[in-house]
Design a protein. Structure first.
Length: 331
């Protein structure tokens, strides 16, 4: 009987880092349960494959694995078309796990990620939302077009990234349910890996984009952003304001904009539900709960020049300490 080779392909902004962290922290226990999460060539923190090319170059390392289930996790699989080969399909039972998030929530989360990780120079809110939506559309359509050509629908495992539909309302419990496992009676280790940016932090990172980009490039250590150190430092300045609120459509987008975006991707979501889940709807409702309900839209946070100076100083101190701690030479 063939081993099961599971490709966890995101989608981005669906708890991928949380899943990878859990798999990394518990890989020995999971191995005892017949699930192997191999390191291969992986990111420094979470043993996740960097991209499809990395996987193909290292896939020969799978040959010594004896467990019946192997998991490879990489959300970049969503935007790449080079990670499946006929050789793998001949040797393994290929299965693909995809979490799908409501379009409006995924786009807003990507919008925040753009600032959090300094992807692009910030422009207007409207322009940045368009940019985030372009990313969302690219990886969503690319992935389903790719697997549609390569994988039988019954080997594609679709999980809606919606609390009401996840097992126990939890991403880890839901992921383990794919393998008929649960978190009860198991000494699993759980860690909170992602720092959710506050509104204040995002505004500060927008304002400090240039200096932050220069500092992180100068120290040649981009992980200081992804590890959350910068966000933690900035968040201290906004602990008592709206910055503690969750990034969501509730107070960022008008009803008109919510409807426009949700309508644009509704047919795509229904097609995924029909093809892979055998039902007409992917989510519990077409629009988020805030739609057509009274609410006050976010109007921004004023950040004084003095605050920006203090934040910039604290970040410089953080970067200097991290460089010294890790003995990372300045480029």
């Amino acid at each position: 009987m063939k081993q099961n080779l599971y490709f966890h392909a995101g989608l981005p902004k669906t708890g991928t880092t949380t899943i990878q962290s859990f798999l990394t922290e518990n890989h020995l226990l999971l191995k005892e349960k017949g699930i192997n999460y191999p390191p291969l060539k992986h990111s420094q923190k979470f043993r996740s494959v960097i991209n499809g090319i990395d996987f193909l170059q290292n896939s020969h390392l799978l040959k010594d694995i004896t467990e019946p289930n192997i998991i490879i996790s990489c959300e970049d699989f969503a935007s790449q078309t080079d990670w499946l080969s006929d050789e793998l399909a001949d040797k393994y039972e290929i299965k693909v796990i995809i979490y799908v998030r409501r379009s409006i929530d995924a786009i807003l989360s990507l919008w925040a990620e753009m600032y959090k990780n300094l992807w692009h120079e910030p422009k207007s809110f409207e322009e940045d939302i368009v940019n985030a939506e372009s990313h969302f559309a690219n990886y969503s359509y690319s992935l389903f077009d790719y697997i549609g050509e390569k994988i039988s629908p019954h080997n594609v495992i679709i999980r809606p990234f919606e609390k009401e539909q996840m097992v126990g309302g939890d991403i880890i419990k839901d992921f383990l349910a794919i393998f008929d496992m649960n978190t009860q009676d198991q000494p699993f280790v759980f860690k909170n890996t992602n720092v959710s940016p506050s509104y204040g932090s995002l505004e500060a990172m927008r304002s400090l984009y240039g200096p932050l980009l220069k500092q992180t490039r100068d120290c040649s250590w981009e992980s200081i952003i992804k590890d959350g150190g910068i966000l933690n430092t900035i968040d201290v300045f906004f602990a008592n304001d709206i910055g503690t609120d969750k990034i969501s459509p509730d107070n960022l987008l008008s009803d008109e904009k919510i409807k426009e975006i949700c309508d644009r991707y509704y047919n795509f979501e229904c097609d995924v539900a029909t093809k892979y889940l055998g039902r007409s709807e992917l989510f519990t409702s077409k629009y988020p709960a805030c739609y057509l309900k009274p609410r006050e839209l976010y109007k921004g946070i004023y950040i004084s020049n003095r605050q920006l100076e203090l934040i910039n100083y604290e970040i410089k101190q953080l970067i200097a300490s991290l460089i010294q701690k890790n003995d990372s030479p300045v480029s």
